[in-house]
Write a protein that binds this ligand. Sequence first.
Ligand code: NAP
Length: 327
Amino acid sequence: GEVSLDDTRPGCNEQNKLKIAVVGFGNFGQFLAKEMVMQGHQVLAYSRSDYSRVAKEIGVQYFSNPDDLCEEHPEVILLCTSILSTEKVLHSLPLDRLRRSTLFVDVLSVKEFPCSLFLHYLPKDFDILCTHPMFGPYSGKLGWAGLPFVFDMVRVTRAHQAEAFLDIFRRAGCRMVEMTCAEHDKHAAGSQFITHMLGRVLEKVGLVNTPINTKGYESLLSLVDNTARDSFELFYGLFLYNKNAMEQLDKLDWAFEMVRKQLSGHLHDLVRKQLMLETSNELSRVVVNGNIMHNHSKKLMIPIVANPSDIVDFGEIRHDLVANGVE
Ligand code: NAP
């Protein structure tokens, strides 16, 4: 059926109306297309799989052939393909069928990679806008207001066209953040990649709902929910095509080891000894006003936390810190 246009939603006027071709009409491509249709843009789509039915439902004109799509002369080509398939898909587009004034946009979750692909493959006449909406069908299901939208005007000669495209996200209330692709990748490895990594690790742990969930635990459950829904290919792309991701993975490994050491190092032995002594000194406890008091004079005390650096081998940990460039 037809989409029902929400009258209250701010839409584009005739001047700003764009003809946008979504290439890669999967999970995220469809999610973006719905909003663009809602705002009154003309949306076309092409993908490897046949999405003609779902396209019709959301008011998108579907093409199963890239030549036919390009013959329609869309003003914007919006790449929503998986990170791993982007180069292949870009390479397979008949660029010579497009107008020279075409604007190429991508929404890949890594930015330096598509930026250099575009610069490498696209004729000089095409404009290039690299973007990353920092939300997805799950986190943005209740609307995009306040959600960050990163963009880099890599090569823009027709500003009004790029601005008309950015307006889609402005109108939806996104927080527009302009930064270079390199800056994005650095920030994203330290935030988004870590989030996905921990979400996937916790999914393997198999967290279950309990009758006594704390707020913190609830946030872990929603982290799993938020990240495990994305395709593994997306996660893999975040890792493989962001040169900063490996460093973050190493840091996570190191941090896990360090915290584990803190728990199970020498301190552990000392605590155990202390507990054993306490048990053997049970009889030396006296009760005063209902409180259990220890009879310290009869007990050998071991300073557990007085000066942790005396007990835990921090030398070794510091060595790790230096090796990982943290200190
Ligand atoms: P994805 O698994 O990253 O990508 C799925 C899309 O890639 C589908 O359109 C699929 O086409 C296409 N594709 C995969 N392998 C292909 C191949 N070998 N040849 C041709 N096409 C291929 O999942 P996604 O969530 O839809 O993400 C799409 C893009 O948006 C990614 O670059 C991702 O980084 C970015 N992004 C996603 C989110 C999110 O929340 N999901 C948020 C921001 C940005 P078919 O379906 O036709 O097979």
